[in-house]
Write a protein that binds this ligand. Structure first.
Ligand SMILES: Cc1ncc(COP(=O)(O)O)c(C=O)c1O
Length: 450
């Protein structure tokens, strides 16, 4: 079993680094699949079947939900993280065990978990937090909600993850924390990030919203930093309507998080401090609990399919799959991403390419926001009365000057992403995806006319 896992992991890393293309070269036979004209121009689409439905509507999850409803206990136990009975407390105990952390606190979302975690490690007005620009808006909003400045550390062009070498030059006397984001559920280079953070006395809050069960050097994402935050929003690999959790090895720190998320009321002595209400309810815990038994196998399926797909895509000119850092031992693959290099497609725009791909029955998307670091909401925050009270105009000017991420700018115009549900199928599904892309390349002359 162990040997199998190790060799699979090695295969995954190697495949995603592009060295396994030769191993699978024999499978890259696209001639039959690419015959005919593009579906958008009236040809037969490569695929007509949908991918797996999500969130998982399953009988065991329904039973769990109904049992909670009938129990009449709809709110969590209020004895502290992982304490007492009920679905939420039990979920916290089981999730901590699954992730390999000492302690866990559930929340109403990952955005809430991030806000809580940043607050608990001491991020506040006047501070700066290093965060990558290739992420969802929530990673940044959590920093702004602490009245702190998100300082964008550019990404690595191969892995699309926060580049650890970009951190050091951005650190100032105001830097309080680093917030690495395991984008797509693929681990950041946590060894280097932790080494910079520890050397410079910075706190680390991992945004592992997309990364339950992802591992770097055999250790789960979310357990490297002071706290790690997860999302169970309905598109995520463990899904309820809205839900989240944070994990950590310092029970005192997680207790502080509990107090903040419980309107500032301590579960230990009832004393009060500043806080808000971010509690998970029993229904969300009832929805996610049965999924803890299946998330491992599903993650395995996605990893195997992603390795196969990456190797096939390596054979198509102009399609460059997201790479894994050496040291990644498992991905979550909440997303499967690649760069679309249009010089290999007669300069057809990404929009033209995506339209044609959709017509073939494969729905890739762009990232949530192109150039997140340049989005207007950041400027809105900086020019708000609150921020103007905290930050001098000279400081904000310096901040704006520092806010440049050329690698992410390019990724923003080239990145293309597939949701995790497409990776839950079988080899035939992966072949459909690869064949559709190969077909577009073969018919690239037609793409520019769309
Ligand atoms: C990277 C990242 N961080 C944070 C979040 C926020 O999670 P939630 O929707 O649970 O608040 C998400 C959600 O998509 C995410 O993808």
């Amino acid at each position: 079993m162990t040997d199998h896992r190790v060799s699979r992991r090695r295969f995954l890393t190697d495949a995603s680094l592009g060295t396994a293309g030769g191993v699978l070269a024999g499978t890259v036979s696209v001639s039959g699949a690419t015959a005919g004209s593009l579906a958008i121009l009236g040809g037969d689409p490569v695929r007509t079947r949908p991918f797996a439905a999500w969130p998982p509507v399953r009988a065991d999850i329904e039973e769990s939900l109904v049992a909670t409803f009938r129990s009449g206990r709809w709110g969590r136990a209020l004895q502290g993280p992982m304490q007492g009975s009920g679905q939420v407390a039990e979920f916290e105990r089981r999730f901590a065990e699954l992730i390999g952390a000492e302690s866990c606190l559930s929340t109403g979302s990952c955005t809430q978990a991030l806000h809580t975690a940043l607050h608990a490690v001491g991020v506040g007005a006047g501070d700066e937090v290093l965060v990558p620009p290739c992420t969802f808006i929530a990673s940044v909003q959590a920093i702004l909600m602490c009245n702190a400045l998100p300082v964008f550390a550019d990404v690595d062009p191969g892995t699309f993850q926060m580049d650890p070498d970009k951190l050091e030059p951005l650190i100032t006397e105001h830097t309080r924390a680093v917030e690495p984001v395991h984008i797509a559920g693929l681990p950041c280079q946590m060894e280097k990030i932790m080494s910079v953070a520890r050397r410079r006395g910075l706190k680390v809050v991992e945004d592992a919203a997309q990364a339950p069960l992802a591992e770097f050097q055999g250790r789960k994402c979310g357990t490297f930093g002071d706290l790690g935050c997860f999302s169970f929003q309905s598109s995520k690999v463990i899904a309820c309507g809205e839900g989240g959790a944070l994990v950590g090895d310092d029970p005192e720190l997680v207790e502080r998080c509990y107090t903040f998320h419980n309107m500032g009321l301590s579960a230990r002595d009832g004393s009060a401090t500043i806080g808000t209400k971010y509690r998970m309810d029993e229904f969300d815990a009832a929805l996610v609990m049965p999924q803890l038994a299946t998330v491992g196998d599903q993650t395995q399926v996605r990893n195997d399919n992603a390795a196969y797909l990456a190797a096939r895509l390596d054979e198509i000119p102009g399609i460059v799959p997201q790479r894994l850092h050496r040291g990644v031992t498992r991905g979550t693959y909440y997303l499967f991403g690649f760069r679309y290099l249009n010089e290999h497609f007669r300069e057809a725009s990404r929009a033209q390419f995506l339209r044609a791909l959709r017509a073939e029955g494969i729905r890739f998307t762009t990232m949530y926001f192109d150039r997140l670091n340049q989005q207007a909401f950041i400027e809105h925050a900086l020019s708000s009365p609150t921020f103007r009270k905290i930050y001098s105009s000279a400081r904000l000017r310096r901040y704006r000057e520092m806010n440049a991420c050329p690698v992410n700018d390019r990724l923003s115009s080239e990145g293309v992403w597939l949701p995790q549900t497409a990776l839950l199928g079988d080899r035939k599904d992966m072949d459909d995806i690869a064949n559709a892309l190969a077909k577009l390349h073969e018919h690239r002359d037609q793409l520019v006319k769309l």
